[in-house]
Design a protein around this ligand. Structure first.
Ligand code: SAH
Length: 368
């Protein structure tokens, strides 16, 4: 795969940007649908295959465009059927994508950035620092790679029924590329997924939540993890910028005018930190007035972490309190931990530009 900076990678373009691209050389808008179908539904790798395009247009495309998938460098399969791909995005950087099969559905967990800037204390991606945003092609390319490996096609077998933007990175800090990739996921001429089955998970970037509502109302998950600002600031430093009241207000706005939808609030269970009955009662109060579901995530450990996971009994007591308050509450099953594919264990390979990995090495925490 050669780097060809002058050619446009069609995997970067959603319907709107394809239409604009074709308009530049006087082609009509329906060309966008044709090309989306060729690239995403029929898996065309070159332009000669695109027989419903005129020869002149094919020649033009060959000169100016390409279809370039990111490269898979490693594939691993867990005992429980979870699969993980390490995907090379350039030189030394790579990200991870995970497929989680469940009864009646299959979820693909997709990364949005190489590393992350947010520095949540319980997440191993954070300790690697940050390199850059992924392009639209690198995000949608993860779905294409998984489709091919699993033998899925948008019109045939679909083992991937759901996509969650819960891999490495904060998707709302790579807004345009993430939205373009999600637009392709939900486009009928590409993957045709329902908006409900595409979930964006955020640590709470308030302006991003408002922008998302304007452009692409996919399902939203919010990584809450604590019911008060003092504790949340320790776990999710972004809370200093967007405290809980502001975050909850943005969540309510997100659902405004969209009946029957709920936001999923993720809550990682950290022994002795955020898992007492008092925390559970406080969580119920915080969520008052927000159409909410709660997803308790057993903490997944990684080398040198200061945290441990709450016991199953503690999680059950916590869950019962939240459930009794009328909130639908699930405890997420840990999947793929034997191949480090569980939540918070995705590390890929990050050429850190923020030097955070050096700082964590100096403090005895892993540079990975
Ligand atoms: N930046 C986004 C998406 C990536 S994280 C966000 O914060 O939502 C996906 C989910 O995994 C988040 O809820 C995150 O808080 C959780 N997570 C991170 N590290 C974890 C760990 N070690 N154990 C369990 N869950 C973790």
């Amino acid at each position: 795969m050669s780097e060809s900076a002058d050619k446009i990678n069609l995997l970067n373009l959603d319907r709107q940007s394809l239409e604009a691209y074709f308009a530049e050389f006087g082609e009509q808008a329906f060309r966008a649908s044709q090309v989306l179908q060729w690239v995403h539904q029929r898996g065309a790798g070159d332009f000669d295959a695109m027989t419903n395009l005129s020869k002149a247009l094919r020649t033009r495309l060959k000169e100016t465009a390409e279809i370039r998938l990111p490269e898979v460098v490693l594939e691993q399969a867990s005992r429980d059927g979870t699969r993980k791909w390490l995907i090379k995005v350039d030189g030394g950087n790579s990200v991870e994508t995970v497929f989680i099969p469940e009864e009646g559905r299959g979820t693909l967990c997709v990364s949005s950035q190489v590393g992350c800037t947010l520095n949540c204390t319980f997440c191993s991606t954070a300790q690697q620092g940050f390199n850059r945003n992924l392009s639209t092609a690198e995000i949608i390319g993860q779905l294409l790679v998984a489709y091919r490996a699993l033998g899925d096609t948008p019109k045939g077998q679909r083992r991937i029924t759901n996509v969650v933007m819960m891999g490495m990175g904060e998707p709302l800090l790579n807004f345009d590329n993430v939205v373009r990739a999600m637009n392709i996921m939900i486009d009928d001429f590409a993957y045709g997924m329902s908006k409900r089955r595409v979930t964006l998970s955020t640590a709470g970037v308030v302006p991003g939540i408002d922008r998302l509502r304007e452009v692409c109302q996919v399902s939203l998950a919010v990584s809450l993890h604590a019911p008060d600002d003092a504790l949340r600031e320790q776990l999710v430093p972004l809370n200093k910028k967007y405290p809980i009241v502001e975050l909850m207000a943005a969540c309510r706005r997100y659902l405004d005018g969209v009946p029957h939808r709920k936001i999923t609030f993720e809550y990682v269970m950290l022994a002795g930190i955020n898992d007492t009955p008092q925390h559970a009662h406080a969580l119920v109060k915080v969520l008052d007035g927000v159409p909410a579901k709660v997803n308790l995530i057993p903490f997944n450990p990684f080398p040198n972490t200061q945290y441990t996971c709450s016991s199953p009994e503690t999680i059950k007591v916590f869950r019962d309190i939240v459930t009794r308050a009328g909130l639908n509450t699930m405890t997420r099953k840990t999947r793929g931990d034997d191949i480090d594919a569980a939540c918070g264990q995705l590390v890929g390979r990050v050429m850190d530009r923020t030097r955070r990995s050096q700082r964590s090495a100096a403090t005895g925490r892993p540079a990975l």
